[in-house]
Write a protein that binds this ligand. Structure first.
Ligand code: AP5
Ligand code: MG
Length: 240
């Protein structure tokens, strides 16, 4: 099904005259990239590509990449660019990316951004990237990270403070026991923020300079943040 057909099937008008194309969600740990990516998936019917989720799948499957990534992630540091780029290259070969995709947590270094820009520049049919950065203050991020719980089966994201499941510790969708990520401690969060400031903040500036960029306030209800991102993408796509 095409993205617009999916949007219509979902009962919502995507409002866009073109295909969604590649969309980047940028922002610090806990700003809501994953939460918002899932909203956009529902609207546009294009896949979410979360490098964090792909790496965690590799860790749980015990692949060579997972064994390399596990301790790096538990320290809150970044996995080497070459490994992440290769993982994304493989994912982008899947046919479900033809109408576009939502990149969540990638690129998060300037070399990763250079790799992605270079790759898209060689694809004559590809729409250019549009990037949206989500902003939330530090104390709010810490509360979101320490309160987050995830469903290991369907990936639904909860928060014990602001978005609890109906039954404590159980997923609303299929009742699976919710889990807390190994890196969702205050100590590792501090390291993740350090990595974000050093390595990913320059990526935000990179896309700001390119002009196909918008910033939204992430400290609002989830639906309002989603509406802000959708409006920004539609505006940027109209000029890109
Ligand atoms: P990754 O999994 O990408 O983690 P992250 O960037 O730290 O972001 P998070 O997933 O923690 O937060 P999010 O923005 O998705 O927020 P969420 O929607 O869950 O990466 C993990 C690790 O993998 C990295 O540290 C690194 O080691 C490695 N890695 C990944 N990509 C890499 C790359 N490209 N290069 C190198 N290494 C890489 O929301 C958070 C909480 O807030 C939830 O509880 C949610 O319910 C709640 N919430 C969301 N929105 C709202 C709202 N509007 N109001 C109130 N609460 C909200
Ligand atoms: Mg995430």
């Amino acid at each position: 099904m095409s993205s617009s057909a999916t949007a219509i099937a979902n009962g919502r008008d995507s409002g866009m005259k073109t295909l969604p194309g590649p969309i980047l969600l940028l922002g610090a740990p806990g700003v809501g990239k994953g939460t918002q990516a899932k909203e956009l998936v529902k609207l546009w019917g294009i896949p979410q590509i979360s490098t964090g989720d792909l790496l965690r799948t590799n860790v749980s499957l015990g692949t060579t990449l997972g064994k390399l990534a596990k301790e790096i992630m538990q320290r809150g540091e970044l996995v080497p660019d070459s490994l992440v780029n290769e993982m994304v290259a493989v994912r982008l070969q899947q046919p479900d990316t033809a109408n576009g995709y939502i990149l969540d947590g990638f690129p998060r270094t300037l070399p990763q951004a250079g790799w992605l820009d270079g790759r898209l520049a060689t694809q004559t049919q590809a729409l250019p990237v549009v990037a949206v950065s989500i902003r939330v203050d530090y104390n709010q991020l810490l509360r979101r990270i320490t309160g987050r719980r995830n469903c290991p089966v369907c990936g639904t994201i909860y928060n014990v403070y602001v978005k609890p499941s109906k039954i404590d510790g159980r997923c609303d969708v299929e009742g699976a026991t919710l889990v807390q990520r190994a890196d969702d401690t205050e100590k590792v969060f501090v390291e993740r923020m350090r990595a974000y400031e050093a390595m990913t903040a320059p990526v935000v500036e990179h896309y700001r300079t390119l002009g196909r960029f918008a910033e939204v306030d992430g400290d609002r209800p989830i639906a309002e943040v989603a509406a802000g991102i959708i409006a920004a993408v539609e505006r940027l796509r109209a000029i890109a």
